[in-house]
Design a protein around this ligand. Structure first.
Ligand code: 1PW
Length: 205
């Protein structure tokens, strides 16, 4: 299992988001649902590496990415997907594609901040990087019970060294791939924000 190319989770994430970023940076960007949901699915194994406490986060994220993958069979682009939900008057309805997209975007953003924090933090503990990422991205949208559960889960995170081992990376190679993901995911996240804001759907719900 170790050393197999298939096991290079970080590299697959970074490569997939580099490709998405390239499409976003073109002036006529109209991102397709299929490559987007595929890139998002490469992030799922990372949640699984963060310990049993984040099993719920992983399950929620995987289900929502699965919904987007399903949507891609009948809807070509993210623009068309949002317009369809607006037309159907179900943008904020639980389980809508648009609502799931907003949640998935937060997952991508949390991983981005987590990597930024890991890159900027000395030492072997992931507690501070993960706590900061959660506080910045998800906490404002979660009620007391979930926030408490996540705070408890922070004590069950692997160490940085344990995470590297699970990801089949050494520290130097991991840093490079994390930097690539941070750089490539940023324009993709901004693109999704713009999809919402240009339609006045808001992104704080
Ligand atoms: C990487 C460091 C660890 C931080 C992990 C933070 C994970 C936070 C996600 C926990 C989510 C599990 C509980 C589900 C919450 C849903 O209510 C909520 N989903 C999200 C992603 O916020 C809203 O989903 P809904 O109502 O639109 O189906």
């Amino acid at each position: 299992m170790a050393n197999s190319e298939n096991e290079k989770i970080l590299r697959k994430m970074a490569d997939a988001f580099k490709e998405l970023a390239a499409t976003v940076n073109s002036p006529t960007a109209d991102m397709e649902v299929a490559p987007f949901s595929r890139a998002c699915s490469f992030v799922s194994p990372l949640f699984g590496c963060l310990g049993i406490a984040f099993k719920f986060a992983e399950m929620d994220y995987v289900a929502k990415v699965g919904d987007l993958a399903e949507a891609s069979k009948s809807i070509a682009t993210l623009n068309a997907m949002l317009d369809g939900d607006i037309e159907g008057n179900c943008v904020r309805k639980a389980g809508s594609h648009t609502r799931n997209l907003l949640r998935v975007k937060r997952g991508l953003d949390m991983v981005r901040v987590l990597f930024e924090q890991i890159l900027a933090t000395e030492g072997d503990s992931l507690k501070d990087p993960a706590s900061k990422a959660y506080a910045q991205v998800f906490a404002p949208h979660h009620g007391w019970a979930i926030r408490k559960a996540v705070a408890a889960g922070m004590y069950a995170l692997p160490t940085k060294a344990q995470l590297m081992k699970k990801l089949n990376e050494d520290e130097a190679s991991a840093r490079i791939q994390m930097q690539h993901y941070v750089a490539a995911s940023s324009p993709v996240i901004l693109y999704i924000d713009k999809l919402f804001l240009s339609r006045e759907l808001g992104i704080d719900w």
